[in-house]
Design a protein around this ligand. Structure first.
Ligand SMILES: [Zn+2]
Length: 250
């Protein structure tokens, strides 16, 4: 476990040293470098290796205890209690403000929604198609308007993606999407606001939605998968561009 900060990136907005130390320790537990049952190096050793104060280490350790990953042994320091966080899967609300983490969350979204589109193409009912088409039209309709329509546009976008997850008839897809959607909503809205400020619109995204919906209607799983991948990859790139390439072109 030499040099915990080897692969570290510069501190992200709002990320404290404790946040970063917590993340580094958590990764050692999650990836198995520190197996369940093993003792952690002492506070002194960790603070030297990570080049942070002992109080930063103490804070990180106590946070991971709260998550159930670490526990204390009387007089012997901390050990790894579990590699499964007690709170289950979670996206920290601040993670979406961090470019690297947001990129990872969007990447996770690819895995879920690309396959959801393929499954939806096989299982969709007429009712599903009505809902998907209604969301396609609602999203396309708000492109012509100004910033006040941003919220409606984001609603319609999420409605489209939710309708596809719903059409899988697999509630885990829907539940996971609802979680992701709630985590990403404000970020997507911020991205669209920036885009609209610069005179951009979402016509491309509207066309991408339409193409995905057509593939699902045609029960073409392969095309649905391919087109959803294209849409999500392009919209991720657009979102990251709007949020971080200030002054850049649309
Ligand atoms: Zn979309």
């Amino acid at each position: 476990m030499s040099n915990l900060f080897e692969n570290a990136v510069p501190l992200a907005r709002g990320q404290t040293l404790s946040d970063q130390a917590t993340e580094a320790l958590r990764r050692n537990v999650m990836n198995g470098d520190w197996p369940v049952g093993s003792m952690l190096p002492s506070e002194v050793v960790l603070s030297q290796k990570m080049n942070v104060s002992r109080s930063v280490i103490r804070e990180a350790v106590s946070r991971l205890k709260a998550e159930g990953l670490l526990a204390s042994q009387q007089g012997r320091g901390a050990f790894v209690a579990s590699n499964r966080p007690r709170m289950g899967f979670a996206i920290n609300a601040r993670d979406v403000d961090n470019r690297r983490k947001l990129t990872q969350i969007l990447e996770l979204r690819l895995g879920i929604e690309i396959e959801a589109a393929a499954i939806a193409a096989r299982r969709r009912s007429d009712e599903d198609l009505e809902r998907i088409d209604a969301a396609v039209e609602a999203f396309a309709a708000v492109q012509k308007f100004g910033p006040e329509q941003v919220r409606a546009g984001v609603d319609a976008d999420l409605q489209f993606h939710r309708a596809i997850c719903d059409a899988t008839k697999n509630d885990y897809y829907l539940g996971f999407f609802n979680y992701l959607g709630a985590s990403l909503r404000e970020t997507i809205e911020a991205g669209r606001n920036r885009s609209v400020e610069r005179g951009g619109d979402s016509r491309e995204a509207a066309e991408e939605h339409r193409a995905v919906a057509e593939a699902i209607t045609a029960q073409d799983s392969l095309a649905a998968r391919k087109l959803m991948r294209k849409h999500l990859e392009l919209s991720s790139a657009r979102l990251l561009g709007h949020l971080w390439n200030s002054g850049g072109r649309e």
